[in-house]
Design a protein around this ligand. Structure first.
Ligand SMILES: [Zn+2]
Length: 98
């Protein structure tokens, strides 16, 4: 989520603009939000409500089918579309990952 922007070169070896300044600002905003405090509050509220919380790694959640657990990069058709190559499950990519 906060990875640096990849440097890019053209055919002559000159460096191209890669949006590093914008990405740096986005990274700063994401990391400035106090995620640990949010997690603490969420745990506290869930315990009071008698609910369970599961911390899930984001690794490959955008490629894994929510219906059959098949994981493959081709499942992700576009930024917003998900289609499972095995069971045919189709959904919005963000909803499927959640
Ligand atoms: Zn599937």
């Amino acid at each position: 989520m906060t990875r640096r922007a990849e440097p890019r070169k053209n055919d002559q070896g000159k460096w191209l603009k890669n949006g590093a300044a914008a990405k740096s600002g986005l990274n700063r905003a994401i990391l400035d939000k106090g995620w640990h405090q949010f997690e603490s509050f969420l745990k506290y509220k869930a315990e009071r409500a008698g609910k369970a919380i599961f911390k899930v790694s984001a690794y490959q959640t955008s490629q894994e089918c929510a219906a059959c657990s098949h994981t493959h990069p081709d499942n992700r058709i576009s930024q917003s579309s998900f289609h499972c190559g095995i069971c045919g499950h189709t959904a919005n990519a963000d909803l499927n990952a959640a």
